[in-house]
Ligand binder design. Sequence first.
Ligand code: PMP
Length: 422
Amino acid sequence: QTEYAQRNPRSYEAWQEATLSLPGGGTRSSIFVHPFPLFIERGEGKWVFDLDGHQYQDFVSDFTSGIYGKSNPILKDAITRALDNGLQLGAHTKTESLLASELCARFPSIDLVRFANSGTEANILAISIGLEYTRRKKVVVFKGGYHGSVLSHFGEDDGGDLKVPYDFLVCPYNDISGTRDAIEQHKDDIGVILVEPMLGAGGCHPGTPDFLQGLRDLADEIGAVLIFDEVQTARLSTGGRQKILGITPDMTTLGKFFGGGFAFGAFGGKREIMSLFDARHPQSIAHGSTFNNSPLTMIAGLTAVQKILTQENLDKLNQMGDEFRENVNLHTSQNAIPFSITGLGSINQVHFHPSTDGSQTQSQTQMRKEGLDLFYFKLLEKGYWISQRGLISLNFEMTREDVKAFEKAVIDSIDQVYACRT
Ligand code: PMP
């Protein structure tokens, strides 16, 4: 860490200055880096460049939302053309309805869709409408779940997160009988079951098909609205993980990359639920944020969906991720190194396992954190940028060779971390 400080004096200075006007020197807690974050001056292709003149290959990809890399020419061209048509129109546009119809066609669960400004907002709106539709109060969420900055890390004890005031019932992920037990007393009060098909920020743990199907059955039994939060997992296929598994929720929430690089959220679902927003009816529910249909976002999103997020492109990217994860896991298991990567396709999470006895003592948690930190700094030294908490996400700017070279850097870094410990 001393080396880190010595290598990055300009970032350190910029960060200190930032702390004068921003708590912790930033405006996004999730990207803070201990002891201080690097300040990035610009990005190009798969690269980011920091204030101290270092260049890193970006394997965070803005926590999965930066799937296009920094300067996709198709997006740049569309956005530049859109600029000529006016920044804010404050009106219905064809681009908006075209993007909506693309999303309805892609996601089996979406008959009608509405846009918002973030995944967080999409989830808040989806929960609210699900409760309104069922006229119930309780919301089932899962331990380790993350649905946005005020809907996060349920059931985790090292939190400190703000939460929106819903009546949450936190159930165990990937445990359908535990979930059934937990809701037993509350069946008639549960309006919404909100779940990620893979825990994202909670460690990239995929939901088992049995668990997700079990939730589908449970929601039907008790009359609750099942919402899949596919804000991250939508990049696993053109129709998200629901399409791959053939499990159709009542509603789906989306965000991140569907804005083509701009702030975005969307929530959609069954016609009878989403029709509550139909402004033709006097009793309809109002939902009207200024930037819901921002022309730049709509153009960028539509262009991305039509020209970049094709099944072929997604398959290629996800295969690279699968190979990377499998190769690293093969190396660590063959060499009995207590380390693994979990995830699906191009979304991955690093795990250090200092002990295999399964107990979670404080010192083991500490060792995990230290392992991750060291791993992070070792990769930075090699010119790779991942998230400090160990999220690795690929983007379309990367070639097979890039991912192969990164795989080697990851394996070398794991070996260095364990060498430091012995
Ligand atoms: N749901 C999931 C599964 C997410 O991963 C995230 C963001 N990481 C969100 C919701 C929130 O999206 P946003 O950051 O756009 O509010």
